[in-house]
Write a protein that binds this ligand. Structure first.
Ligand code: AMP
Ligand code: MG
Length: 315
């Protein structure tokens, strides 16, 4: 299949509206979109990524007016979160409208909904004739793509179009909060931090300790994620490790001696933004080990920590 590269949201929307699959920029990471009214396109999204069929897709909307098309119930906690954080890097899990195909939600009775803030994403969603299901635009298991070049590297020949935009300003996937039950639960940490969520919904919990007999609340979180080819070694700021040859480092404090490639970040925002593109860069240079400083689990540090632990196979 020929993958069209375009800067035109109009051109990308024409393809999307005719049942094609289109990657597009968002502030979190690039997404791979299919209109939810196009079952064959939804199937192609799973196929192109090599995504397991039991891992549901997040549905993207242009405006809160579309919420009833996707969700059947919006409880008071969800309403507050929507008021504060839509549009933005927050996904809410809500009871689903029966019209949303089961393939999108992987058979769950709930649906993940997000309204992104990135202007290019918003233009595409405005022109789309229906809400757009879109997982991250990368091959399953690899680090998410935070630039159109990374999307093209993974998915060229497998998808119809890449709508080019700037690199993602956040670089980490959305925060996911489950609002489908009696109490809001943080399922995945992201740029909307736990502290920010608690300021709006104080009773939100992070307790995802589930009865093992129940289906997992967020099926995608059971799969290995975000992993580059290189081995990920987590380190604390004060640790000075013996460094393996052909290694790299990313973090906020000084690197161990002898690493070949160093990404020293000024703050957590830069760390989050650069993490996945650094992983991909290291793979392109055949780096064997990437040392990653583990930030403390406060603010954005919680999301970075989560991605690092998963990349290291520790979660
Ligand atoms: P990705 O778009 O690749 O970042 O992955 C989407 C994430 O959202 C996966 O971890 C899914 O398990 C999660 N997700 C999507 N829909 C739901 C849902 N209805 N309930 C719980 N988690 C969901
Ligand atoms: Mg993903």
């Amino acid at each position: 299949m020929l993958t069209t590269l375009t800067d035109s949201a109009e051109e990308a929307a024409v393809l999307l509206n005719s049942g094609r699959i289109v990657a597009f920029p968002t502030e979190t990471v690039y997404g791979l979109g299919a209109g939810i009214a196009h079952p064959e396109a939804i199937r192609q999204v799973f196929l192109a990524k090599g995504r397991p069929g039991d891992n549901p897709l997040i549905v993207h909307i242009y405006s809160v007016e579309q919420l009833p098309d996707v969700a059947s119930e919006i409880n008071p906690e969800a309403k507050k979160l929507i008021e504060h954080f839509f549009p933005g890097p927050l996904t809410l899990v809500l009871k689903k409208n029966p019209l949303v195909p089961d393939t999108v939600t992987a058979g769950l009775q709930t649906v993940g909904v997000r309204c992104p803030a990135n202007p290019v994403a918003r233009e595409l969603l405005r022109l789309a004739h229906c809400p757009v299901a879109a997982p991250s635009a990368n091959l399953s298991g690899l680090p998410s793509a935070t630039s159109w070049e990374a999307v093209y590297q993974d998915l060229e020949g497998k998808i119809d179009c890449v709508l080019r935009g700037q690199p993602s300003s956040i670089g980490l996937e959305s925060t996911i909060v489950d609002c489908s039950g009696s109490k809001a639960v943080l399922l995945r940490a992201g740029a909307i931090t736990l502290e920010q969520l608690q300021a709006v919904v104080p009773e939100i919990s992070t307790n995802t300790n589930q009865n093992k007999l129940e289906p997992p609340k967020s099926p995608g979180l059971k799969y290995p994620h975000y992993a580059p080819k290189a081995e990920i070694v987590l380190c604390c700021p004060e640790e000075k490790r013996a460094v393996t040859p052909s290694s790299a480092y990313i973090g906020l404090s000084d690197p161990p001696e002898g690493v070949l490639i160093v990404k020293l970040c000024k703050n957590l925002e830069e760390y989050g933004r650069e993490l996945f593109s650094f992983f991909r860069h290291c793979d392109s240079k055949n780096i064997g080990v990437i040392y990653c400083e583990l930030p403390s689990p406060c603010g954005l540090g919680r999301a970075i920590r989560d991605r690092l632990m998963r990349a290291a196979g520790q979660q």
